[in-house]
Design a protein. Structure first.
Length: 223
């Protein structure tokens, strides 16, 4: 059974292509993609032998072994340029995700879509995408084990549209949690006069102000 986090990743996949499921774990995403006709083929990867063996067993048991290829290796390094249309990397930290992408530039460059779900370090993902000429085509929010995660779909030339996260029922809850976290951080930073003049402090304060303003705007619309 897949959780809402993996389901959100799955819902971003552009149907009909070949998908790389990097760090596939038990292979639930790979199986659902094939089962629902969203991928004509999936290459599911695992870096270490024991998770790889468990993944391989799950895929064979699922009955979709003819459409899901399991590979043992590090990140995207076991793929060739042009081999996949969509790259899914979920359940890892932002730093590790960007390293995986950086380590296989030709594979990434030849893909048409990146679907990324970091467990942390979302800003690193956004910076990497901007620096490497990937445009965020859509975003969504998903809640699993009482934690709200951000999922990003990026393309080279996306069609402009309203992001899924803008209409997500989790949007307000996520914003409240984000504001509380930022206020706690900036409260600690505010104790140092040197830190108060730093770019990071100013950026955080700007984000806090923007969140507060959005809450005020929502309140005005509701009264």
């Amino acid at each position: 059974m897949i959780d809402s986090r993996i389901k959100a990743v799955m819902n971003f996949v552009r149907a009909g292509g070949i998908v790389a499921d990097v760090g596939a774990d038990h292979g639930y995403l790979s199986i659902e993609l094939v089962k629902n006709g969203l991928a004509k083929k999936v290459i599911a990867t695992e870096k270490n032998i024991h998770p790889f063996e468990a993944l391989n067993e799950n895929i064979l048991t699922s009955g979709f072994g003819d459409k899901i290829e399991v590979r043992l290796g590090d990140g995207l390094q076991i793929l060739s340029a042009g081999e996949v249309d969509t790259i899914c990397i979920a359940g890892m930290g932002g730093s590790l995700i960007t390293k995986i992408l950086d380590d296989s530039p030709e594979v990434v460059k030849s893909a048409r879509q990146l679907i990324l779900q970091p467990m942390n370090g979302i800003k690193k993902i956004r910076v990497w995408l901007a620096e490497n000429n990937w445009i965020i085509a859509d975003e969504d929010l998903a809640e699993a084990s009482d934690i709200i995660y951000e999922i990003i779909s990026a393309e080279k030339n996306p069609v402009p549209k309203v992001f899924k996260r803008e209409t997500s029922p989790l949007k307000e809850k996520f914003s409240v949690q984000r504001l509380a976290k930022l206020e706690k951080v900036i409260s600690e930073m505010n104790k140092s006069s040197a830190v108060r003049s730093s770019e990071k402090f100013l950026a955080l304060q700007a984000e806090i102000d923007a969140l507060r303003q959005s809450f005020r705007n929502e309140f005005k619309r509701s009264v």
